[in-house]
Design a protein around this ligand. Structure first.
Ligand SMILES: N[C@@H](CCC(=O)N[C@@H](CS)C(=O)NCC(=O)O)C(=O)O
Length: 204
């Protein structure tokens, strides 16, 4: 399997999950900043020009974070990335779907307001987006346990996605809240994730 990512973008969630599950295959890094998401070669793989993208062994291409998490979970079932029971899988999908809505609705306009309106509106767009992003962080933090993992007894896809949200909070100087910050700390301390965190520049 091949997972395409770009460091320090939203592909981090799937990259963490790929490593957490011990997925056979490789991670291929492109640089969105250098325009590598728009090359003919990359667009032939993902016409959306976005990361993450997963290519499974038979060549099938999967895009969109929740779908990639599902494909990883199906490919390495023993890792139980989405959870060990049906209610846990539903809860994991709930977090992933919520994040898919929250990132473009709150975080992306905070990072890149110029993509959401003309120059005179940029600072108002950013301010409003920062408020929505903080509200989303507060919502997540209030629903996380004081210890352990977001869903079930083991770390999984929801934790990887929530840790990415905590990282983005840091980029925007927002407060992830004690529980989300602690969840990220527990996840990032897992030895299985060390090489990934090094590659992303989060570990020495
Ligand atoms: N809905 C997609 C969003 C993926 C996405 O927004 N990826 C960003 C990285 S932060 C990207 O590739 N942006 C480049 C672009 O849209 O041109 C998912 O859930 O995976």
């Amino acid at each position: 399997m091949i997972l395409w990512v770009s460091a320090r973008t939203s592909s981090l969630a799937c990259r963490l999950a790929f490593a957490l599950a011990g997925t056979p295959g490789e991670v291929r890094e492109i640089s969105l900043r250098a325009g590598e998401g728009r090359t003919p070669e990359f667009l032939a793989i993902n016409p959306k020009g976005q990361v993450p993208v997963l290519q499974v062994a038979d060549g099938t291409v999967v895009t969109e974070t929740p779908a990639i998490m599902l494909a990883l979970s199906d490919s390495v079932p023993e890792a139980a990335l989405l959870g060990a029971t049906a209610p846990q899988r539903w809860a994991s999908m709930e977090w992933l779907a919520w994040l898919s809505f929250t990132l473009p609705g709150a975080f992306q306009p905070a990072f890149a307001p110029q993509r959401f309106g003309p120059p005179p509106a940029e600072s108002a767009i950013r301010e409003a987006a920062l408020k929505r992003a903080q509200a989303a962080l507060d919502f997540a933090a209030a629903r996380l346990p004081a210890d352990g993992w977001a869903v079930g007894e083991a770390p999984g896809a929801a934790d990887c996605a929530l840790a990415m949200l905590a990282v983005f909070a840091g980029f925007l100087n927002l407060d992830p809240g004690e529980r989300l910050h602690a969840l990220r700390g527990r996840l990032f301390a897992l030895p299985a994730l060390h090489a990934t965190l090094q590659a992303e520049g989060f570990a020495a």
